[in-house]
Design a protein around this ligand. Structure first.
Ligand SMILES: *Cc1c(COP(=O)(O)O)cnc(C)c1O
Length: 354
């Protein structure tokens, strides 16, 4: 398929790196393609970033048949543009598509389209360490129809956003709040897919956490309300004595690419790493016994997010001394050094865009 390119007639400039924030500054162009049952994915194009025109009856607006991804392009120290494990994101997106009855797409084609889009938008990639070009591929159901079924038509689009350093003032440990009343996902549901409704459903708990002065929600399993699943939209790791533990994937947890990266690094470094069930009681007990050394989240946006406090019911525990733990920092530095071309990419996670 030939990608049709329409140049934007704008002369916008990228804000200063220190003014970028997250997900607010969008670039001049976007990639779009459409799907219909008779011809499959078609009419791929790069066009000026603009509002989409869809019917108010478009199925996505009523029943939420939508999936998305989040990944980043970086400017390395020697000014090359690189993608971090991008193919893994599109593989996961195709798994989300299958789970949400959305037609799958050709990964090679979409990878090429993304690279072409990024080349065109090079000026929007900030260059300071910690900044990046956030990439948001999305698929939405567009049939104008109010019955509940899988749509016959879809729109796939990729938008790009220049984002600032997540930790402009260094990695600050966050306070997290265990949700007792609300759950994110149940077995047999769609927790392992990046689908829109999961995030809408998470808002009420995060509002409650915020009201209590906590930054993120720590989710427990839906059935027993006992086992830890994720933190906000990040995976979670606990360092108990010398064992690094992350919940195993059981269908309710989003299989994070940063999570896989942390696990591979830990294995390479000879750490004692387990993917297993871990209960909130075990975490509190480990803290009581002086064995809970560190807690941190992992995800594309923050890379690694140290946790400094956990509240569960009336109980509050502090982890560490208010500064990020050594292990969290080690993972953060190792991952960002690879992303910004400061360290050798032994795992082949980086793809340079020429
Ligand atoms: C995206 C996401 C993650 C992190 O995945 P990465 O691929 O590491 O960015 C974790 N949990 C949820 C719920 C997510 O949406």
């Amino acid at each position: 398929m030939e990608i049709r390119v329409t140049q934007a007639k704008t002369n916008r400039t990228r804000p200063k790196d220190s003014d970028l924030g997250f997900g607010q500054v969008f670039t001049d162009h976007m990639f779009v393609m459409d799907y219909s049952e008779d011809i499959g994915w078609h009419d791929p194009r790069i066009e000026p970033y603009a509002d989409l025109s869809i019917s108010p009856s478009a199925m996505v607006l009523h029943y939420g048949q939508a999936i998305f991804e989040g990944l980043k392009a970086y400017k390395t120290l020697d000014k090359k543009i690189c993608l971090f494990r991008a193919r893994n994101n599109f593989e996961r997106m195709n798994r989300s598509a299958k789970g949400m009855c959305i037609p799958r797409f050709d990964i090679d084609f979409v990878m090429d389209a993304l690279k072409q889009l990024i080349r065109l938008e090079e000026k929007w990639i900030p260059e300071t360490i910690g900044t990046s070009l956030y990439i948001r591929p999305t698929i939405i159901a567009t049939d104008p129809f109010l019955g509940v079924r899988a749509s016959f038509t879809y729109k796939f689009y990729i938008i790009l956003s220049s984002v600032g350093a997540y930790y402009a003032e260094g990695l600050n440990p966050v306070k997290i709040w265990v949700s007792k009343d609300h759950v994110r996902a149940a077995k047999g549901g769609v927790g392992e897919f990046k689908t829109a409704g999961n995030y809408a459903a998470s808002l009420i708990a995060s509002e409650k956490a915020k009201k209590e002065g906590y930054a993120q929600v720590l989710w427990l399993d839906a059935l027993e309300r006992k086992y830890i699943e994720e933190v906000g939209a990040m995976n979670i790791f606990f360092l108990i004595d010398d064992e690094l533990v992350t919940p195993n994937l059981t269908g309710t947890i989003l299989p994070g690419i940063t999570r896989y990266s942390v696990i591979s690094l830990a294995k390479n470094w000879g750490m004692n790493i387990s993917e297993r069930k871990i209960s909130i009681d075990e975490v509190f007990k480990a803290h009581e016994d002086g064995k809970l050394k560190e807690v941190f989240g992992s995800g594309t946006a923050a890379v690694i997010s140290p946790v400094g406090e956990i509240k569960y019911g009336d109980k509050v525990i502090s982890i560490g001394d208010g500064t990020p733990g050594e292990t969290a920092m080690k993972f953060y530095n190792a991952l960002t050094d690879i992303q910004y071309g400061k360290a050798e990419d032994k795992e082949n996670w980086i793809e340079i865009i020429d």
